[in-house]
Ligand binder design. Sequence first.
Ligand code: COI
Length: 377
Amino acid sequence: MTSTTPATNSATSPQSAEDTFDVRPSSHPRTAEERAEVLSDLGFGVAFTDHMARATWTSDAGWHDRRIEAYAPLQLDPAAAVLHYAQEIFEGLKAYAHADGSVWAFRPEANARRFARSARRLALPELPEEDFLASIRALVHTDVEWVPTSSGASMYLRPFMFASEAFLGVRPAKRVEYLVIASPVGPYFTRGFTPVSIWVSEEYHRAGPGGTGEAKCGGNYAASLLPQQEAYAHGCDQVCFLDSSTNTLLEELGGMNLFVVGADGVVSTPRLSGTILEGVTRSSILELLGEQGHEVRERDIPLAEVLDGVASGAVTEVFACGTAAVVTPVGRLASARFDVSVADGAAGAVTTAIHTALTDVQFGVQEDTHGWMQRLV
Ligand code: COI
C-alpha cells in the first residue's frame, strides 16, 4: 500500500562515476543526410538528437539505472504526481564546438549546483554533481555528431527531474525520473543579436518572498505565460516582472536576468532577493564587466529610476541575459503607463562588448582565464 508519510529524499547514489551511464544505442538513429538537414536550419528547441540520458530515483533504492537510451516519448501514469502538483525542476546549459573539433560545456558544475538547490526547494532528491556532469558528458559523447558547427550555433542541454510516482496524495514523490535531452540550436530570438522590446507587467508577479522564485522549476515559467501573452498583445517580445512586495523594483524577465547600464559606466542588476533566479550567465557577466573596468552593483533597481534615467540620458543601455538568450539588447520598455525607447533603441557599446567577451570564451576564440569551460569531447 502506498504510504502517506513524506519520502525522506536523502538516499545517496550507490555508484556515481561517469561510466555508470550505460549507453544503449538507439535502433533507429537518423541518417547523416537527415541530421544535416536539421542542422542546416536551426531554430531554438525544436529539434532533438537521437538519444537522451536518464536515471531513476526511488525512496528505497536511491539513484539507479543510469543510462543513455533512444530519444522517445515517455510513458507516464495519468496519476503521476508531476501532472497534478508540478513537482518538477530543470536546467539549461550549452555545449559548444571549438575550431579544433573539441566540444565544451560552459560552467556545467554551476548548473549542477543550482539543480541541487532547486531540488531541495521542490522536495525532490538531489542528484549528485558527478552524476549531473556524467550524464551531460555521456549524452554529448553519444550524440556528438549533432553538435552544430555553424557560426553562433550550439547544443542546448536540458536536464530535468520530475515526480513520476502514481499517487494523488500531496507529499514528495517516492519515485522520480531524471532526464537530459539535447537540442541543436540557433539564436533564441529569431532576429539574433538585435534589440528586443520589454513589457513591464505591473499587474502580475512571477514570485513572492518565500516562494519558488529562485528555484528553476516549471511552475515559475507557467506563471509567466499569461503576462508573456500580454506582452505579445502589446507588440513586445518579453515580459519583465516587478517585485511582489512593492510592485516598484525590477526583478527579471520570464526566463532571463536583466542589467541596466548608466552613462557613468556603472552597470547594475537586481540583487538576489530570493525571488530571482541566480543565472549562470548573470554571474559570469558580473565578473566580465568588472574585468572590463565597470563598477558593477547588485542592488534594488526601482523601475521609476530606470524610466527617469532613460528620459534624462542617465541610463544608456538595458540588456537581458541567460543561457538560451546569451546577451540580448533591450531597445524599448513599455507598460500600460509608458512606452519609451532606451537611448536610440539600438544595441549599445557595453552590451555588444559583453556579448563578444562571453561568446568568445564559450566558442574558444579567447582564452578561458576563469576555468569556466569543461571539455566534454
Ligand atoms: C535558459 O536560458 O536556459 C532557460 O532555461 C530559459 C528559457 C527561457 C529557455
